[in-house]
Design a protein around this ligand. Structure first.
Ligand code: TGC
Ligand code: FAD
Length: 395
């Protein structure tokens, strides 16, 4: 009996539930293109970038020319793909490194999306085409030193001075901050929370990169200090007032993360599978031991289940029916599954699992940030609790 027809080996270990077959031709082509980009441009250098703590800014234009920046937005040089394709691109990028998915999430979903959704024509024309091309880099300033899970407590203020706005405050943990050309800054005003499109060269605007991170090392994370940053009226996002503005952006970015986390988990599972098949102990491959097989099976099941959840949520988004609480379901569960997979995979590699020669510990430490940012596991648990009980337990 040929191998292909043997029912005991009929399933592809790397696509066990044949999920690839649920994608259409365009989606498959985009996924393969991004996968090739990751293989050609990221995988050979990522361990070095990670160790050195650098993000290769020069790759931004390449990602722009692939259409990965503001990918699911329409017009202004954006690719205008469906949501599933955007998710699949995030998945493949994060299979390379969470830092690259972070870059794309922040650029497309947190910096370009608010300009696209809430900006003036002038703001859109000025920033979106250059951001889509990777010529201008954006960041998103919501979190502050004393205001993380509860952004309603933010202290950054924007006060009217004649026809200008003057911004003061500190934003913390801002991805891309130190390499950004433009920052979308959320600040308290007399009218409520508003968004400002602030060029980072404006006097009074300073970005200080955060060093000594043990997670997301191939990504720039910064503190932003705003001291009397003066902006014209045209800097305010005219289309939204209130916390709904930044939280709407987070829905978009969290959607990318719920796909992205699957990519990190898949990379860890595949590394563990390959390693277990080649590593010999007690006279045979360790993959031949029951306890190792159990780990591999749990990882494989988890990756397949998370992929199906992501794809289902992507289909709902493309149908215009995805709710924020459903996004929380995906962000909470897919990231925690990925954390578990990474940890089991790390263990499966023994001592080799702690070196950057293998991707697993890099993904494992990256996922700690992913678990925390864009709403912690607890915040998404409470969002789901509110959705099913009608009772808010945040305060
Ligand atoms: P609450 O009173 O519930 O709502 C205030 C207003 O916002 C509206 N709203 C939403 N709108 C759109 N999407 C959502 N998901 C929304 N959730 C709420 C709501 O309808 C209301 O609107 P209105 O017009 O009636 O005023 O707000 P709350 O203060 O109780 O907070 C709710 C909570 C805790 C869920 C929210 O604050 C939250 O999500 N906190 C987590 C903060 C967070 O995720 N920060 C992320 C910062 S950015 C980041 O981490 C980037 S990492 C990027 C990377 O590198 O990849
Ligand atoms: P806290 O809110 O202080 O939470 C600490 C702990 O308390 C957590 O376990 C939390 O779940 C728990 N907790 C808090 N409130 C409750 C509650 N009501 N019930 C139960 N438990 C609770 N922010 C941006 O604005 N822009 C960015 O680009 C950005 N990039 C980031 C990049 C990295 C690498 C990291 C690590 C963070 C980034 N963040 C960014 C910030 C991120 O969104 C916050 O770290 C996150 O929202 C949590 O806030 P916090 O760190 O202040 O933790």
């Amino acid at each position: 009996m040929s191998k292909a027809l043997d029912p005991r080996r009929a399933n592809e270990p790397r696509d066990f539930l044949a999920i690839e077959g649920l994608l259409d031709d365009d989606e498959r082509a985009i996924k393969q293109t991004v996968r090739r980009f990751v293989e050609d441009r990221i995988l050979s250098d990522i361990a070095g970038w990670y160790e050195a703590g650098v993000f290769p800014r020069e790759l931004a234009k390449e990602m722009g020319s692939l259409g990965l920046l503001g990918m699911h937005l329409e017009g202004y040089g954006c690719a205008g793909t469906n949501a599933v394709s955007y998710g699949l691109a995030c998945l493949e990028l994060e299979a390379g490194d969470s830092g690259f998915r972070s870059f794309v999430s922040v650029q497309g979903s947190l910096a370009m999306f608010p300009i696209h959704a809430f900006g003036s024509d002038e703001q859109k024309q000025e920033w979106l085409p250059r951001m889509a091309a990777g010529e201008a880099i954006g960041c998103f300033g919501l979190t502050e030193p004393d205001s993380g899970s509860d952004p309603s407590s933010m202290r950054t203020v924007a006060r009217k001075d004649g026809s200008d706005w003057v911004l003061n405050g500190t934003k913390m943990w801002i991805t891309n901050g130190g390499i950004a050309d433009v920052a979308v800054i959320w600040a308290r005003t007399d009218e409520g929370i508003r968004g400002f499109v602030v060029p980072t060269q404006t006097p009074g605007f300073t970005a200080n990169n955060i060093h000594a991170k043990a997670s997301l090392r191939a990504s720039v994370t910064s503190e932003l200090a705003l001291e009397d940053v003066r902006q014209p009226e045209s800097a305010v996002l005219p289309g939204v007032v209130g916390l709904r503005g930044p939280l709407s952006c987070l829905n978009e970015a969290r959607f990318g993360i719920l796909f992205g986390a699957v990519g990190a988990a898949r990379a860890c599972y595949e590394a563990a599978l390959d390693y277990s098949l080649s590593r010999q102990q007690f006279g045979k491959p360790i993959a031949g031991f029951q306890l190792v097989q159990r780990k591999l099976v749990e990882m494989m099941v988890s990756v397949n289940r998370s992929t199906l959840v992501a794809l289902h949520l992507g289909r709902l988004k493309d149908a215009g029916r995805l709710t924020p609480a459903q996004v929380s379901f995906g962000k909470m569960d897919n990231v925690r599954q990925a954390v578990e997979v990474a940890r089991e995979a790390r263990n499966s590699l023994g001592a080799n699992g702690i070196t950057l020669e293998y991707p697993v510990i890099r993904h494992m430490t990256n996922l700690e940030s992913v678990y925390t940012y864009e709403g912690t596991n607890e915040i998404h648990t409470l969002t789901l609790g509110q959705a099913i009980t009608g009772l808010a337990a945040f305060r």
